[in-house]
Design a protein around this ligand. Structure first.
Ligand code: NAD
Length: 343
């Protein structure tokens, strides 16, 4: 077995720090003793208040600094890098989501591709040499029958602007590794879930619907499956990647699948979720959506070998934790509105 992360980062920049995965990563880096700067532009994809509450705990740490701004803004990036003295960057800022990317492809490419170019160019200028880039399983496209998805597979058939933008981001990383020796790690995340999950994602939407006795809108016949990956497992992979980048092992350019390696059909997900909530779901079936892929399934052999990555949270446990978080949030907002007399 190859050696795993040895050298630990002390000063890290996280882009997209106020988002779902970014805020968990910030918490983890702070728990590891790092000095962490977070960039976020609080885009309007979902409410600012949700993103602010994601960082509530981090904001109490003197080792955390949040800078509000856009990764596409060169002058802003230069100011942040000039002061920050980072050793490594975790790049999670993006316009996420397949469906929004079909509605607004310009925004998607501008943010996900040009934003990535501006970031790596700033890293080059300031001599910051390690990058973990949040890529996505969507780069594998619609490929029923060839599973699990391996990093060696050809990925030239994206079926949404979002998928194309993530693949383009990987290629930008390759270019900067080749030309400038930037140590770049593209981590292909497979459907991430857990507390603070984005409100537009299935598990969060379904929970909201089941809780309020509204129908779940289920696209397709329910056989579509996803390799749902618990957020702590994803964060562990990013942490190990940063360590690997700093210790100088390997070539310095790697693509790694970060999944649970256990695809779950949509029908089964709904069943497990309803069990965790302890309520009966009402299901409304709708036609499959354009841009959706029928199945995702991660071959994680390479991440195991290179990072010592091992997904630890089975879907049943992860859903219980998500539901517990969701209910606690809901209770907080009910209590707050009762206090204000608006309940
Ligand atoms: P998120 O929307 O919760 O977080 C992204 C954050 O980036 C947001 O807080 C947003 O305000 C910020 N942001 C967007 N554009 C920005 C810009 N131009 N400048 C600065 N900040 C900006 O999304 P997430 O689910 O936490 O995803 C994080 C990353 O992981 C994204 O790159 C996403 O594409 C990738 N990813 C996520 C999943 C998943 O299942 N959640 C799966 C695969 C890949």
């Amino acid at each position: 077995m190859r050696s795993h992360a040895k050298k630990l980062p002390e000063r890290v920049l996280v882009t997209g720090a106020a988002g779902f995965i970014g805020s968990h990563l910030v918490d983890r880096l702070l728990a590891e003793g790092c000095v962490v700067w977070g960039i976020d532009n609080f885009d309007s994809f979902y409410p600012r208040s949700v993103k602010e509450s994601n960082l509530e705990e981090a904001q109490r740490s003197l080792r955390f600094r949040l800078v509000e701004g856009d990764i596409r803004d060169e002058a802003f990036l230069a100011e942040v890098f000039g002061e920050g003295q980072f050793q490594a960057v975790a790049h999670l800022a993006a316009r996420p989501g397949v469906r929004p990317s079909i509605e607004a492809p310009d925004d998607c490419f501008d943010c996900n591709v040009m934003g990535t170019v501006r970031l790596v160019e700033t890293m080059r200028r300031f001599g910051v040499n390690v990058l973990a880039f949040a890529s996505s399983s969507s780069v594998y496209g619609a490929r029923e029958g060839r599973e699990p998805f391996s990093e060696d597979d050809v990925v030239d058939g994206p079926v949404s602007p979002y998928a194309a933008s993530k693949r383009a981001g990987e290629l930008v990383c390759h270019t900067y590794w080749h030309l400038h020796g930037l140590r770049c790690y593209s981590l292909r995340f497979f459907t991430v879930y857990g507390p603070r999950q984005r409100p537009d994602l299935a598990i969060h939407k379904f929970t909201r619907a089941i809780q309020s006795a509204r129908p779940i809108q289920l696209y397709g016949d329910g056989s579509m499956s996803r390799d749902y990956t618990y957020v702590d497992d994803v964060v562990e992979a990013v942490w190990r990647t940063l360590g690997r980048g700093l210790s100088g092992d390997g070539s310095g350019y790697e693509i790694l699948n970060i999944g649970a390696s256990r695809p779950v059909p949509l029908n089964e997900l709904v069943r497990l979720l309803a069990e965790a909530i302890n309520a009966e779901p009402i299901v409304e079936r709708l036609p499959a959506q354009p841009g959706d892929v029928p199945r995702t399934s991660a071959d994680i052999a390479r991440a195991r070998e290179v990072l010592g990555y091992e997904p630890k949270t089975p879907i049943e446990e992860g859903l219980r934790r998500f539901v517990a978080w969701y209910l606690a949030q809901h209770e907080v907002s009910l209590t707050a509105s009762a206090k204000l007399g608006t309940g």
